[in-house]
Structure formats: C-alpha cells, structure tokens
Write a protein that binds this ligand. Sequence first.
Ligand code: ZN
Length: 253
Amino acid sequence: MHPSLKEILDIQEYDMKMIRLMRLKKMRLAELDHIDSLRQELKKQQSDKETEIAELNRGIAVQEAKIIDIKERLKKLEAKQASVKKVDDFNALNQEMSSSERERVATEQITSDMIDKRNLEEEILEKIKESLRQSEESSQTLEKEIQENIRVINQEGIELQSARDHLAKKADPEVLRIYERLLKNKKDKVVVPIENRTCAGCHIALTAQHENVVRKGERIAFCEHCSRIHYWQAEEEVEETTKKRRRRVAHSS
Ligand SMILES: [Zn+2]
C-alpha cells in the first residue's frame, strides 16, 4: 500500500461514521419537523374555527337586534290600530302587522338556525382542542427522546471531528486534499481496495497492469472508471474483511 494511504484510510473511517451520523441527525430533525407541523395544523384548525364562531356570533347579534326592532314596530302598530276609526285604515294596519309578524317569525328562524350552527361549531372546536392537548401530551415524550438523541449525535460528532482533525494533521497534505475533493463528490468511500481485480467502489474490472501498480504501492493509483483511489490489501487483511462481512451477513439474516 502507498504509505500515505494508511492515515487517509483511518480518516476515511471517521468520515464514513460522520456521514452516517449526519444522515441520522437529518432523519431525527425531520421527525421533529413532522411532529411540529402536525401541531401547527391543529392550531390552524383551532384558530379558523374560532374565527368562524366569532363571525356567527356577530351575525346572531345582528339578527337579535333586528327581532327587537320588529317587536317594537309591532307594538307601535298595535297601539295605532287601537286608535284608528276607519275600517280601511284598520285593515291596512292589520296587513302591515301580519307582514311584520311574518318577518319576525322568519328572522327568528334564521337566528335559531345560526345558533344551532354556532353550537355545532363550538362542539367541533372542543374536539380540536382536545386532540391538540392529546397530541401535545403524546408528542412531548417523543420530542424529548428525539432531542436527547440529537444531543448525543452532536456530542459524538464533536468527538469524531476532533479525532479526525488530529489524524488529518499527520496525513500527507497533498493526498488528503485529493481525498477530500473525491469525498465531496461521492459522499461515500473513495479509497477502496481491489477485490478480484475489480474496483470495490464501482465494481468494474481492472487491468492486470493497473493491479500491479496498486500492489507495488509506489504511487497513488486512481480507478480509471470512478476516479477512486485504489489500495492493495494484504492477504490477512482480506481474510479479516471477509470474516467481518460474513459476520455482518449472519447478523442481518
Ligand atoms: Zn472504480
């Protein structure tokens, strides 16, 4: 293996851990967002419902004032009727009174319908408030869990970063720069072994000539297909990796 790759491989281990950690953090943050958006949705429903009820109450007040006016008008007409002497006038007043009476009945009906609607909306509002309470209660525990988890992730991230920084100081700056540029593009392992004369990164077959260059480790060799840096694993390391992989497969099945 090219001597400068040893530190780079260690750095890569830290970077892979960091990438996994940041993915995890992103997921957890998305969960928090989701909980919050559910709560915001319920709050919006609550405030919409409250506006609707307030509008209905204003409408009801207008109708109730109208009923009072009609009743007063009717009283005046009644008083007037008592004092008229002509039959024609009496009949005209009678007509006016029955029309006002019809108006009163209709207005009362409208008001009563509006009150029914308002009561129904108030029941719905109570249900919304109740689900908001319940969701706040149940999400509190979950949110705390997630926040604690994020705190641990951040702590772990700081530790990883400082260990990585420490290693980076020891690494060959030129190779480190190349490695970091590749990592930025791929966001995945960019220093990979050759396995069965195949790139472990892109899985495309390599030439024997290329394999020889990597095996000698005299210079940094790049995969001609994916630009990753290749290194040669000693036999015992290969066995170790295979064992690890087998264990992992056994674990996941
Ligand atoms: Zn490749």
